[in-house]
Write a protein that binds this ligand. Structure first.
Ligand code: UFG
Length: 331
């Protein structure tokens, strides 16, 4: 089977390409390298191109049979989406529609979409199941929810079947140490904490200590990137087996506070992590934890790297890899 991975040079996409290749799938990557890295594509065929270029999509889908598409090519920063909504709606919504239209035109009917916990907005129930109310509070979350709704309409009208996977906090790195997270700029907690542990940053700032949580800092559900990728493969196989379109929340169901993440990182790395305490970051809910029972029941998904210490250990190995452009001082 041939899978087109859009955004396959990015953090999660590159891990997906490696998994698909290892499992014997024929893989084509489409990526414009605006955020991805060519050297992160360790399998499949690479096509440099943007989702907005319909001729690139047409040529790709015309010249070879594609059995399914996975779409990771998104802008992902909530704060930036508030400052630059046009950028987010253009890429994450309109260009996604170009992709869907090209799929419909070329009769490719299986689609796995990278969605997010941000579609829910401020939690009214925790843990959050799939039917939690959808009240996104920023353009990033609104755009993802728009696409989810668009996909329901495309299913009814055009027979395009899709699975939407709503990630909670993607983290960790390839257990083999070959791939990892390389965002520029980096905004995510775990890589920032580990870069501080490695001495590449002066420290880490905790955004808010007055939340209504046991230690006053925000609680998140960190899910290993390799476990996310397994869920994508199961989702595509569900569609290939004739399953209906669906949406799944993906997390471990365990919440960890910012302080707990820093403590675990200290224990894993054995390094000092200088911490400063700062103001809340606008738009951060106090607690985001997934109820992922539906993915377990319907996809047969079972996270294999559920321990926070394992997630952090894999990310640490990546951050201190010998080939890192900025290796840890003693790493
Ligand atoms: N945090 C800090 N200091 C930092 C960075 C983060 O205290 O320097 C805190 C944040 O306030 C938050 C937690 O660490 O409480 C996790 O923050 P991340 O930025 O790592 O992750 P988010 O929960 O903000 O974001 C994740 C995804 C986004 C997605 C969002 C949806 O990474 O792509 O969930 O809610 F949009």
């Amino acid at each position: 089977m041939h899978v087109l991975v859009v955004g396959g040079a990015g953090y999660i996409g590159s891990h997906m390409v490696k998994l698909l290749s290892q499992r014997g799938f024929n893989v084509t990557v489409l990526d414009n390298l605006s955020a991805g890295h060519r050297d992160a594509v360790v399998g499949g065929r690479f096509v440099l191109g943007d989702l907005g270029e319909r001729d690139v999509l047409d040529e790709l889908l015309e010249t070879q049979r594609v059995d399914g598409v996975m779409h990771f090519a998104s802008h992902i920063q909530v704060g930036e989406s508030v400052r630059e909504p046009a950028k987010y709606y253009l890429n994450n919504v309109f260009k996604t529609q170009y992709l869907l239209d090209a799929m419909v035109a070329h009769r490719v009917r299986s689609f796995v979409f990278s969605s997010t916990a941000a579609i829910f907005g401020e939690p009214v129930r925790v843990p959050m199941a799939e039917d939690h109310p959808k009240n996104p509070i920023n353009p990033y979350g609104r755009g993802k929810w728009m696409v989810e709704q668009m996909l329901q309409d495309y299913d009814v009208a055009y027979g395009l079947k899709s699975v939407c996977l709503r990630y909670f906090n993607a983290a960790g790195a390839d257990p083999d140490g070959e791939l990892g997270e390389r965002h520029e700029p980096e905004t995510h907690l775990i890589p920032l904490v580990l870069q501080a542990a490695a001495g590449r940053r002066p420290g880490v700032t905790v955004f808010g200590t007055d939340y209504d949580t046991p230690d006053g800092t925000c609680i998140r559900d960190y899910i290993h990137v390799a476990d996310l990728c397994e869920a994508h493969l199961l989702a595509l196989q569900r569609l290939w087996a004739g399953g209906d379109g669906a949406a799944y929340n993906l997390g471990n169901g365990n919440g960890f506070s910012v302080r707990e993440v820093i403590e675990t990182a200290h224990a894993v790395t054995g390094r000092a992590i200088p911490v400063q305490y700062g103001a809340r970051r606008p738009g951060d809910p106090a607690r985001l934890v997934a109820d992922a029972r539906r993915a377990r029941a319907e996809l047969g998904w079972a996270p294999r790297h559920a321990e926070l210490a394992t997630i952090i250990a894999h990310a640490w190995r990546w951050e201190t890899r010998p080939s890192s452009p900025h290796p840890g001082e003693n790493g």
